[in-house]
Design a protein around this ligand. Structure first.
Ligand code: NDP
Ligand code: KPL
Length: 346
């Protein structure tokens, strides 16, 4: 049977893997980090639990038995097996390291869907594909809210959607697994053109560049940002718009496209950021959660990405630079506190 591999069996990976398993004929296989994780999963009876808490009057809980491996897939002769379909749901900074062991199984015929926040992973991946073997790449933007309270137990707390589009402006065939995602009743997925998805990604990038670092630095909920002055939002939006509108690649893509100018309208963007703060007011942002758990954040793929675009196009980015630095310092500080706390306990 044809297979669909998942790299990144965390919150989003768990949501998507369990939900596509309800509608697909493909054999789902999770690619786990190492043998220790695999043994832990096998001891859990190869079971993923999905709890739907999006309607608190009718919470549901389902168990899924999904196959998993922790090594490259091999054929009967022990040779690396080709990966036809792959969904990647690692955090951005984990992607290259997670994918490297599987490179020998990937070719230009592999269909890959990246479901991640931010920008910049694609250009890092370009460096690891063997020459002329760039896979058929798709990108997903997800607004569902999911967390895991322990391994392989995902809690779906915020109903959202999944927008999918190609990562290059070309008209390749839509693979079966993406067609399957589109019919999942839970995922609420939609296939968009390359340009329409890019617009959604750019808007989300600016929203995340405003909300994520500030909630992480102030250690506050998204809604609490509404009680503060909006000056910092203004600064990040202004700077990000200056970088993105100066970018040569984006200008090539959106040449004579009035929708790009509308997208980059600063007042509209501020309204969008405030609306997202309001709609997600009780959320703790993903970056704040990473900082609290002393995990590396995705800031290099959000504010750091804007700084990179700025450098390429000779636009100064002091506000995004400082936010990136402060978020990294916040993680470092929490790490040092944890370390000295551990010493105190001893
Ligand atoms: N959670 C949410 O509600 C939302 C998340 N997103 C975005 O989705 C993406 C994924 O986020 P999320 O699911 O929350 O993150 P998680 O941390 O829950 O999941 C990431 C998974 O990747 C796995 N992983 C990391 N490195 C490797 C490796 N080397 N080999 C194999 N597996 C590896 C981790 O494994 P291990 O468990 O072993 O560490 C983990 O299971 C991010 O870009 C995030 O910003 C977007 C919108 C909402
Ligand atoms: C929209 C927002 C800020 C919701 O929390 C988010 O995408 C995140 O936390 O990463």
């Amino acid at each position: 049977m044809a297979k669909l591999y998942f790299l990144g069996a965390g919150s989003i990976g768990g949501l998507v893997a369990t939900q596509i398993s309800n509608v697909t004929k493909l054999d789902i296989v999770l690619l786990l980090r190492n043998e220790r994780r695999l043994n832990k999963y096998l001891n859990n009876n190869s079971k993923f639990t999905y709890e739907n808490l999006t309607n608190l009057r009718n919470p549901t809980k389902e168990e899924y038995h999904l196959r998993a491996i922790s090594h490259i897939p091999k054929d009967h002769g022990g040779l690396p097996e080709h990966i036809d379909n792959l969904i990647i749901t690692t955090k951005c900074h984990q992607t290259v390291e997670a994918l490297e062991p599987y490179i020998s199984c990937i070719s230009e015929k592999t269909n890959i869907l990246l479901i991640q926040n931010g920008f910049g992973v694609e250009s890092k991946l370009k460096k690891i594909w063997p020459q002329n073997k760039v896979p058929n790449m798709f990108q997903g933007v997800i607004s569902h809210g999911v967390f895991k309270d322990r391994f392989w137990n995902v809690k779906h707390v915020g109903n959202g959607d999944l927008k999918i589009g190609r990562l290059a402006n070309e008209d390749t065939e839509v693979p079966q697994f993406i067609q399957d995602l589109l019919v999942s009743p839970v995922l609420n997925a939609e296939l968009l053109s390359f340009k329409d998805l890019l617009k959604i990604r750019l808007e989300k990038l600016i929203v995340n560049c405003c909300i994520n670092p500030l909630t992480a630095i102030y250690d506050c909920l998204n809604g609490e940002l509404l009680q503060l002055s909006h000056r910092q939002f203004h600064r990040v939006i202004n700077e990000s718009v200056r970088c993105l509108t100066a970018d040569k690649e984006l200008n090539k893509i959106f040449v004579n496209d009035a929708a790009f100018a509308q997208l980059m309208d600063r007042e509209r963007l501020l309204k969008t950021v405030l609306k997202v703060c309001e709609l997600t007011k009780r959320n703790s942002s993903s970056m704040r959660e990473d900082v609290r758990q002393v995990h590396q954040t995705e800031v290099d793929f959000l504010n750091g990405y804007i700084s990179d675009v700025g450098k390429k196009n000779k636009v100064f980015t002091p506000h995004n630079d400082i936010l990136s630095e402060m978020v990294k310092n916040r993680v470092l500080l929490n790490y040092k506190r944890e370390e000295s706390g551990a010493r105190l306990v001893q």
